[in-house]
Design a protein. Sequence first.
Length: 214
Amino acid sequence: MTEEEFINTVSERHQGRLMRRKLLALHYAARTSIGIEAGAQSVFLEISLLVDKLRLIDRQMGRIEKVLITLVDETEEGKYLLSIRGLNYISVAGLLAELGSFRSYKNARQLIKMAGSNPTESESAGKRSSRTPMSKKGRPGLRHCGWIAVISLLRHNPDFRAWAKSLRERPAHAHPLKRKEIVGAALNRLLRLVFALVRKQVFYRVPEMAGVAS
């Protein structure tokens, strides 16, 4: 195959993003390498089994995703969380599974404490650090779900993106935050936001809710 024929063949059978540069490198490597006949049939069989396994996992994930969507739609909190731009059904399902009913919480601080994402003072040899890392005394599963949700928010939610930029670019005397610190702060902001939305039973709107979660 020529380079274009190879790329077109792969593109026809692939769903998602393809990196042309890597495909060209793969084509070059195949064109300049020597084929090995011994054991080729065994290698072909192993690759075929791995492809079948990936297809099975993909089908199973699709079935699980449909179930999660149904379960989220059945919750009273789901519709308010889904109104936040950048959150999808999987992220909302993870948050609800870890947090449970919001009726169990009196304020957003309890959600943050449950996640273990509340900031704590760092002290070493009697000296306090200017940084305040997470306590990490809560549920690691909730932190994981929240972390993934926040990464999506920082990419697709203009409100969160602008807020993160202000933290990153503030002057030195105000202690600008690094990327990891911004994600941690954004997780707490998200938890305060979802608590406000569910408690007030309102949907997310950037101009109205920006002050609630700041």
